[in-house]
Design a protein around this ligand. Sequence first.
Ligand code: ATP
Ligand code: MG
Length: 349
Amino acid sequence: MNDPTGVGPSGKKRILTGIRPTGPLHLGHYAGALENWVRLQSEYECYFLIADYQVSDFADDISRVRDAVWEVALDWLGVGLDPEGSSFVIESLVPEHAELTTWLAWFLPVGMLERNPTLKAEMEAIENPDDGKTKGRSVPVAFYTYPVMQVANILMPRAHLVPVGEDQLPHIELTRETARRFNREFKPIFPEPEALVGRVPRLVGTDGNAKMSKSRGNTIDLKDSAETVAKKVRSMYGGPPRGMNEPGKVDDNPIFLYLDAFDPDEALVAELKERYEKTGVGNKELKERLTLVLNELMDPFRERRAKYEANMSLVREALEHGTKRGRAIARETMELVRDALDLNYLGRY
Ligand code: ATP
Ligand code: MG
C-alpha cells in the first residue's frame, strides 16, 4: 500500500473538521472556522463532521440534536460548502469512530485530559453555570471520552489539516501527541495534523462576553433574517456609557471587533476609529454600518439556504453520500489500525 500518511487517489491532502449539532450556527462558527472551510474545500479532500456523539451537554434535549443535524447541514450549504466535492459526515453513522475511540482510550493518560483548558472550562460551566440552570448537575463520563473521540475523528480520515476556532487547539495538540505515539510504538499510519485557526480566532458575543456561544444566548445566527440581525445589532453592547459627541476608546467598544472582522472596507473602519477617539461617533452610526455589512455578507447565505430548504431531499442526499465516503475511508483506516495493533487474533491458527 502507498504511504497511509500521504495523499490518496485524489492527489489531495485531507481536512477533517466538524461541528456539534446542538443548534443553529452563528457568526463565531463562521469567522472562526467555516470561512476557512469554504476557502480550502477545493484544494483539500474534505471531511466535515456533524459530531452527534459529542453532545452530552444536550443529552436532556435529544430532539434538539436530531433537528440540529439538518440545521447544520443547511447552514453549511448556505455558506457555500459543496457537498459533492467534500463529504458531510454524520459521526454516529460511522461507528468506526466509537471503535477507534475505544482503542485510543488505552493510550491516553487521564492527566492529559485534566490539563486541557477547554475541557476544564466546559465542565465548570456545567457544574456552575452563569444562569444557574444546570447547577449541581454532575459532569457526564462522556466529557472524558469526547476529547479522545475528537482525536479519533481527526485520525480517522488520516487528516493533514484541521481548520478550527482557537478553543479547539488543545484537542489538536492532543491529537498530534497521540499520532506521534501511535506511529512510534506501532506503525506509522497517521499524519501529524496541523491546526489552522480562522481569521477571527474567537469572536466575542453580542453582549461583549469573551465568546459568542449558543449557550450564552449572545449569538447572531447565520440563518437570522435581515430584521433579526438589525435588532440584535441594535441591542449589542457598545462599551461604557458615553455622551452623544463624547470621544471613546476603540478598545472598549466590541462593535469595532465586529467591524474589524466583517467590514471589507478597511479604510472606512480606520476613519471611524479615528473619529471615535477624536470627536466621538455615536453607537447608532456604528451599528447601522455593522448591520449593513453583516446583511451583505449573509444575504447570499440566506438565498442558498432557502433553495435547499425548499428541496430537503437534496440535503438528505448530501448527508447520505458524504457519510458513505466518510465510512469508506474509516474502514480503510481501521484495517491499518488493526494491522498495526496486531489484532488479528484468529489469524494465528
Ligand atoms: P457553542 O460554543 O456556540 O456552544 P459549540 O461548542 O457547539 O458551539 P463547536 O462544535 O464546539 O460548537 O464549534 C465548531 C467550530 O466553531 C469549532 O472550530 C470552534 O472552535 C468554532 N467556534 C465556535 N464558537 C466560536 C467563536 N465564538 N469564535 C470563533 N470560533 C468559534
Ligand atoms: Mg465548543
